[in-house]
Design a protein around this ligand. Structure first.
Ligand SMILES: Nc1ncnc2c1ncn2[C@@H]1O[C@H](COP(=O)(O)OP(=O)(O)OP(=O)(O)O)[C@@H](O)[C@H]1O
Ligand SMILES: [Mg+2]
Length: 328
């Protein structure tokens, strides 16, 4: 039996060189900083954390759209840099928050969903495969020849889902797939994603601000803070016994599914720190009610604490093994 995780982030980092003002020198922003993740086949890894903590940057690295500045993303153990974009796209597909921006407004729905088949030279007589997939995701056949502008938000997201699945990928990276939709439509799309997962044996990475949704769909959860994973555990473990003070605050907060608004009131007193000037030691220490002198000077490693991996000095344990970011 193959013990390798299907998808792995191996100490991945992504830095951006940015200028915060016209005449200011460039500075380095560590959007993602040494993240280890392991996603088993059939799992749903939820990734949560406040706006700007690096979730989408990590998603883009998992999709091969943004190259890591350090570390590697591996599929069945192989660095995706060696796979080529087309081979990767057959196996890993995205579903983003705003399908409108990624759907060509001049093409018909059927031709948008047919495009990946054309690119890969797969037979699709009369666009039949695309139309079947559109039906499978709940779009009536009469819409197949409409353009994206003639569809509702929920219908457009169904088109994006059909396009992602028409090549039968193994992994789907969902980045806030329902956040732009009306609440009633969100539930329909979530149910569809869960049905499709079963039907097509999909593995999901699922990014959302909505913790209720993550609890519902994910088998495992990774909590990110300022570009790092601070806690990782099975969904049941994380929601019933959160260890990191940040995870505890996150779960206690009233969350909004609006990504632009982030997580409004965490009762933490201070707002999310400037990622250009991260705090010393544990980056969460200025907001942490349990902070000790050690927290100001030393960053705690992500370490196993019973069933969870936690990066916090409250739990002194041995460091985790390199690929142990997803406890069983
Ligand atoms: N192309 C880029 N150039 C410069 N900085 C970037 C770029 N992409 C992201 N960033 C910065 O990297 C950090 C992480 O951004 P990212 O979009 O990954 O966060 P996020 O967790 O997805 O946030 P949200 O929940 O709002 O979607 C932010 O500070 C962001 O401003
Ligand atoms: Mg994002």
């Amino acid at each position: 039996m193959n013990s390798l995780p299907l998808l792995q982030a191996d100490a991945v980092s992504r830095q951006f060189s940015i200028r915060s003002g016209m005449f200011r020198p460039r500075s380095t922003l560590h959007a993602v900083n040494g993240v280890d993740l392991a996603v088993e086949r059939g799992a749903v890894l939820g990734i949560v954390g406040e706006s700007g903590c690096g979730k989408s940057t990590l998603a883009r690295m998992l999709l091969g759209l943004t190259p890591p500045t350090e570390g590697a993303v591996r599929l069945d153990g192989q660095d995706i840099r060696g796979l080529g974009r087309r081979a990767l796209a057959r196996r890993v597909q995205p579903i983003f928050q705003d399908p409108y921006s990624s759907l060509n407004p001049r093409r018909s729905i059927a031709s948008i969903v047919s495009l990946p088949l054309e690119v890969h030279g797969i037979d699709n007589p009369g666009q039949r495969k695309a139309i079947e997939m559109l039906e499978r995701v709940g779009l009536p056949p009469r819409l197949a020849h409409n353009t994206p502008g003639q569809l509702s938000g929920g219908q457009r997201q169904r088109v994006a889902i059909a396009r992602a699945l028409v090549m039968h990928p193994e992994i789907v990276i969902c980045d806030e797939p329902t956040s732009a939709l009306d609440v009633s439509v969100q539930a329909q799309i979530m149910n569809l994603l869960m049905d499709l997962r079963r039907e097509f044996n999909l593995t999901y990475v699922f990014i959302s601000h909505n913790l209720a949704v993550v609890e519902h769909i994910a088998t495992h959860v990774a909590v990110m803070y300022l570009g790092r994973v601070v806690e990782s555990a099975s969904t049941a473990q994380l929601f019933h016994d959160p260890r990191h003070p940040y995870t505890q605050a996150l779960l206690a907060s009233v969350l909004t599914p609006e990504p632009g608004l982030g997580i409004p009131d965490m009762g933490l007193g201070l707002s999310f720190p400037d990622p250009l000037h991260p705090p010393s030691g544990c980056p969460f220490h200025p907001r942490c009610q349990h902070a000790m002198p050690l927290c100001k000077t030393e960053r705690p490693p992500l370490a196993r604490r019973e069933q969870a991996l936690v990066a916090c000095h409250l739990y002194p344990t041995a460091p985790s093994s390199p690929n142990g970011a997803q406890p069983s």
